[in-house]
Design a protein around this ligand. Structure first.
Ligand code: NAD
Ligand code: GLY
Length: 371
């Protein structure tokens, strides 16, 4: 269970995982507030971030926490930093700076930094604590919570990793003020996903509030982060290692991964591919007779209102989808397992999609340039 409490304008949720439970603090003007750091502020700290985030957010944080310059490591922004090469360099840095077992590693950045720092923390001295300070919308609503950490391999994304829960998550909406608009919108795709898979009331709220969200209304962003983290915290508490319900968080991702692989991870941000995947998953759900036609239209309209794509890339064929989806981690016993919608607000995992039904969907999306 997850309870939400408010202290001095800071909202707090708890991820309930027994001895590994941790708070998520959400609000604005948070990262330089000492009280927010109380669990770790008297511990030896190390901090990892990327160059973009360092530009605006490192100085106040380092000053507040009293972190020495040699205890800060700044890496190149982007997915390429999620590599075993970078893990090895981070371990060298931790050893060279005599980082003790009771230290905590602070991940200040987006999902790349969170996944990298989390994995390094998971394996350094067989595991030290880490703190997630997510600075992208995607990281605030998704990747900073739940303990999936890891890096990429030449054979695929996120193939090397560990479950390692953070000790604390601090989601400060102020940090989003410097995030490029395209990155912000990509994070909105994951937000829409939560409404679709588990909360129709939230979906309706998003329909009414999208323009204000895109205008970076701080109050609404905080509301969104709290709502999404609340849902994620409940799912993670119930199924930490994805043996069941946690797989619902992959709604839209089977199609999205095929699109990202097909376009060499160069054309779309992850959230943009997820937006297309969400629409395709909703369409497949409608074709199976589960999702109402009117709700499919609502999904389409909300994704478009967020200025996100719904159309598959030109030239991508049904065969391309099938080839890429065959390598998906969610293939079991030769059948693709899809996360689909029983209705808006209720998702399920199913391997029961007949090949002809999938083919019909892919033909429809690949043949037209209209959504
Ligand atoms: P990212 O970390 O690459 O950040 C996106 C870009 O925004 C980068 O260029 C970064 O430097 C910049 N940036 C970040 N915060 C900024 C800020 N406040 N101001 C200005 N620039 C800023 O990407 P992301 O979208 O946050 O995360 C994507 C990664 O997350 C992927 O590697 C994905 O696999 C991973 N992920 C992990 C989980 C999980 O559960 N662990 C879930 C979803 C995604
Ligand atoms: N982003 C999917 C998960 O955390 O399980």
């Amino acid at each position: 269970m997850t309870a939400s409490t408010r202290r001095h304008g800071t909202r707090q949720l708890q991820v309930e995982l027994g001895a590994r439970s941790y708070p998520i603090r959400i609000g604005n003007d948070l990262i330089a507030d000492a009280a927010v750091w109380r669990e770790v502020c008297d511990r030896p700290l190390r901090l990892l971030c990327d160059e973009n985030v360092a530009r605006d957010w490192l100085k106040p944080l380092v000053a507040r926490l009293g972190i020495a310059p040699e205890h800060v490591r700044i890496v190149t922004p982007g997915e390429a930093s999620k590599s075993m090469h970078q893990v090895s360099a981070c371990l060298d840095w931790l050893l060279e700076t005599h980082t003790p077992r009771d230290a905590a590693l602070v991940a200040l950045g987006g999902g790349v930094i969170g996944d990298l720092a989390g994995f390094v923390a998971a394996i350094y001295l067989r595991g030290i604590d880490f703190v997630q300070v997510p600075t992208t919308l995607l990281a605030q609503v998704d990747s900073s919570v739940g303990g999936k950490t890891g890096v990429n391999h030449a054979r695929g994304k996120n193939l090397i990793g560990a479950f390692h829960q953070p000790r604390l998550v601090i989601a400060d909406s102020d940090t989003l003020s410097t995030l490029p608009a395209r990155e912000f919108r990509a994070g909105i795709a994951e937000v829409i996903k939560y409404g679709m898979l588990g909360d129709t009331e939230f979906f309706a709220w998003l329909e009414g509030n999208m323009p204000r969200l895109l205008a970076l209304d701080a109050q609404r962003i905080t509301d969104v982060v709290e709502r999404c983290c609340g849902m994620k915290a409940q799912i993670v508490a119930a199924d930490e290692r994805e043996s069941g319900r946690r797989a619902l968080l992959n709604l839209g991702h089977t199609f999205a991964h095929a699109i990202e692989t097909h376009t060499d991870y160069a054309r779309y941000l992850h959230g943009e591919a997820v937006a297309i995947g969400l629409y395709m998953a909703a369409d497949l759900s409608q074709r199976l007779g589960w999702l109402a036609q009117a709700d499919l239209q609502r999904v389409h309209a909300l994704i478009r209102a967020a200025e996100l794509p719904t159309e598959v890339p030109e030239g991508m064929t049904p065969e391309d989808f099938l080839r890429h989806m065959a390598h998906d981690k969610k293939v079991a016993a030769g059948r693709i397992r899809f996360v689909l919608l029983r209705r808006l607000g209720e998702a399920l995992v199913t391997a029961e999609v007949a090949p002809e039904q999938l083919d019909e969907l892919l033909q429809a999306h690949c043949a037209t340039d209209a959504a």
